[in-house]
Write a protein that binds this ligand. Sequence first.
Ligand SMILES: [Zn+2]
Length: 522
Amino acid sequence: MKGTISVWIWIAGGVIAGLLIFTIANSYFARTTRTIAEQRSLEQHNELRTQINELCWSSSENKKQYTVNLDENVLGVYLTKDKYTEYNETQFVDFILNENVSSGNLLCMKMKNKRLICSPIDCSTRMTFLGAVPTEFSLSALINNIIGNPDSFEYRLNFSKFGKEVLVSRAGGKEVLPLCNLDNNCTLKECREDCKDCYGPNPICVWDGFCNSDIDENCLNSIDCACNTSEGYACCLNDTASDNSGCVDETRQNLSKGKKCFCDNECNISANLTCNPTSSSFSSYENACCESGKSWNGTDCTNIKPKLKIVFMPVNWNSGWVSFNNSAQQQYDNIINNIPLASCPEKAEGLFLNTNCNVNFLDGCQCADLIDIEKCVILSGEDYDYIIGLEDSDVCGSVLGFSCGFGTVFSESSVTLVSVHELGHEWGLNDEYVDACMCGLGLVDPSANCLNLTLNGDDPVFPYTSNYCGGGSCPTSYTVTCYGNKNPSNGRCIMSFGNAPGPRKFCQECLNHLATVPIINC
Ligand SMILES: [Zn+2]
């Protein structure tokens, strides 16, 4: 019994030892085989690179064949512009079977469980994806391209050079075409890729003799789409009746007064007509042929009225018209530059009258004085949106200007910002040298500009304290107690007092309100 047991033990031990030796040997051979296979794949990667580089430096139109032999652990060999794009095994199988084309200046190889290996090549190259495809996938798609044992994937490759590019196709497979075929016909794809026959980097590909509306090529931006003038065509892209090139035929040209148009060259040029916006009272169409500066109102071409017209009336003016016109121009510029219309100043007009208006100012200057000024302008026959009565002497004491809310204001010419301050009141703005919103002094519209602590609106003027500005006590009389809000240039608001610290502009509170007044917005 004892002996038998020991014999059995010995036999079992022998079997275990044998298995151990077999396993070690097997894994050693497997590892060696794998290392050799990897080594061989790396060599193939290197050889492929050499073959491409040789062509890179050879002359154009060169061709050659070469066969690469990839081991089954090679998931993919491809070209890329950067090494940050990586693919997974499924994507590789898909790309290889579909013969997708890769392109770039980096030749990369991905092996199973290994880091991606990429090496630069000397010129831009296009090649179908290569690699091992697991046997569970149908190999029928590859049968033409892969020769021999499916454990090693052998690809017979055709190399050619086109322009500066190297093209690598599988023999018997899809031919890899150059990105730019340089056939002087610029396709959308070639245009986007900035090919030589597309005259990039301009996104519009001109001079290829092909008017390509797919890339927005038209008679305005490309010679390829030029209109056939000898057959009476003209370029007018905006016209809904224009063809694919943007050209219109003779029926859309030589249009007479009042006809609907889209471009100046559709109107009768010999009658000096241009295509102008129609007047606001006419809404059947947006543009009609009229003389320059005039607009169609449904029956006639009439002068285009500006959106904002300010008439400057000289009041008791003593220092001559040159000086009046200069003063009025300064006041006008300060108005326009500080309102939203500054971005479309052509929509505003300043008219400087040169006939004096004599006014006997009432004590302390009152609204009745403004009615006298308004009467002078009405007598002149000029139409207006606002009237500025401008005076060159001091008639109102410390008051530099005033307004009463009916469109006519009074300004002394000594301070060039007076008119814009007074018109500010006409547009709903409050004074900021007092706490208008709290005290009701100089208040026009409580929903417009108020003293704002975040804009330093609580800064007091000596001898007052911040109690009087931005919430607190009110002074007993209408007097300068606050500096007003700071404006975006860090000076004080135009709605503050005449000589408050500059640079003078409207504060954000005022700008917010002015943006809601239609007549001073574009
Ligand atoms: Zn004021």
